[in-house]
Ligand binder design. Structure first.
Ligand SMILES: [Zn+2]
Length: 60
């Protein structure tokens, strides 16, 4: 299966899901669950890692 090469490698820390919603356990006045979002600390919410010259991993 040919696959397009990604422009940048997916962040291995969050596996491409840089922003997650965390349920606080509380409900909003609307009755919805109150959630907060958190960005991946490794890629800062981009979902991609910045290739470094000193730490290059090939394969996996
Ligand atoms: Zn990440």
């Amino acid at each position: 299966m040919p696959q397009h090469t990604l422009p940048r490698p997916i962040c291995s820390h969050c596996d491409g899901f840089p922003t997650v919603a965390i349920t606080t356990g509380q409900t909003t006045p609307d009755g919805h669950r109150h959630t907060i979002t958190a960005d991946c600390p490794a890629c800062h919410g981009t979902g991609h890692t910045t290739p470094t010259r000193t730490d290059t991993r090939v394969g996996v």
